[in-house]
Ligand binder design. Structure first.
Ligand code: TRP
Length: 338
């Protein structure tokens, strides 16, 4: 089933609600890239990956719905891409087992996330380095390899922290091809070097683990309040200000066009008051997210609509995965009964 078009594929973790850093750094560029007619774009909700962390069923299904609604509200066109939930494509899970049987344990021992968990146990002077570590965490890279190889993706846009996983998928594919003949396309990670990394409320990188995020779809009033809390220095109105160390400016620049950015640079040099800058930033972000927020609220209130989109996406994905998995099973010797 080697496609004639290249396939670009990426997974979206289904935990929490997206923040404006996710929007600028991942969602917006991925949606822009998905409009490229010359590639097949597969985007999926990696819900079985979040099961590794989550023990909360309600949160798990709620979050999957919210993340799907967020991407749709941000302009993802389900007709142009293959947009599905990982758990709706059972061939991925079956391939994951086949790959598990031919992946060296030593390769998984080297995975950063597993190593970090072991290292933490060791510093905690625990007698068991594997304390509390589930096989789901250990095998996480194999499931990710199955996600990627199932659709013969050649390009996999991911954050830097996921690069090792894509390289492992490539190793696994190579080994399979060597034993069973050319089967899988060898994937390559694409790391977005040019996209902005946004500072959060405290000036550090915006991240859920720092508790400094601005959620993307806050109600208008709460969005304004959050922006008013962004850290500034104590320069008075009228005193010239530096754009280089200003989180307000960095966030503004991620939303604005070059002319708007130039105008704000001028206002900084003239000594714009922080209060006024915060108001301008609020207005700029609000004007970009206003209609998306309305669509998000509508979709979350109509989950059946989101579900039907995901069902259609899974059907498209399975039209690819079912025949390919049949071929893979045959190659490893799991043949249909006569
Ligand atoms: N592990 C990825 C992350 O944490 C999400 C993911 C799951 C993924 N499967 C994937 C990304 C396949 C790319 C390809 O962000």
């Amino acid at each position: 089933m080697r496609p004639t078009m290249k396939t670009v594929l990426t997974g979206i973790t289904t935990s929490g609600t997206p923040h404006i850093g996710n929007y600028v750094g991942a969602i917006r560029p991925a949606i822009a890239a998905s409009r490229d007619r010359n590639v097949r774009s597969c985007l999926f909700l990696a819900d079985y990956h979040s099961l590794v962390k989550s023990g909360k069923p309600e949160q798990m299904s709620r979050s999957t719905l919210e993340i799907a609604a967020s991407w749709l509200a941000c302009g993802l066109d389900p007709a142009q891409v293959v947009f599905y939930r990982q758990s709706d494509v059972p061939e991925i899970m079956e391939l994951a087992w086949i790959l598990t049987c031919m992946t060296a344990k030593g390769l998984m021992n080297r995975a950063h996330a597993y190593k970090a968990a072991v290292a933490e146990n060791e510093t905690a002077a625990s007698r068991d380095p594997d304390q509390g570590i589930m096989m789901g965490l250990f095998c996480y890279p194999i499931l990710m390899a199955a996600d990627i190889l199932m659709f013969n993706a050649s390009l996999v846009p991911v954050g830097r922290d996921q690069k090792q996983h894509v390289e492992m998928a490539r190793d696994i594919a190579q080994r399979f091809n060597h034993h069973f003949g050319e089967t899988f396309v060898l994937p390559e990670a694409v790391i977005g070097e040019t996209v902005a990394v946004l500072p959060g409320l405290d000036g550090r990188k915006m991240s859920k683990s720092y508790g400094n995020i601005i959620p993307l779809f806050l109600p208008e009033k709460d969005l304004r309040k959050a922006i008013m809390r962004i850290k500034t220095n104590s320069l008075e109105p009228g005193q010239p200000k530096d754009t280089a160390d200003s989180p307000l400016f960095a966030i503004y620049a991620a939303f604005a066009v070059p002319d708007e950015i130039a105008a704000i640079e001028k206002r900084y040099a003239e000594g714009i008051a922080w209060g006024e800058m915060k108001q301008l930033l609020f207005e700029r972000i609000d004007s970009e997210v206003r209609s998306m927020r309305a669509e998000y609220d509508r979709l979350v209130a109509h989950p059946a609509e989101v579900e039907s989109i995901l069902r259609d996406g899974a059907a498209k994905a399975r039209a690819l995965s079912m025949p390919f998995l049949a071929d893979i099973r045959r190659r490893v010797g799991v043949r249909p009964l006569a």
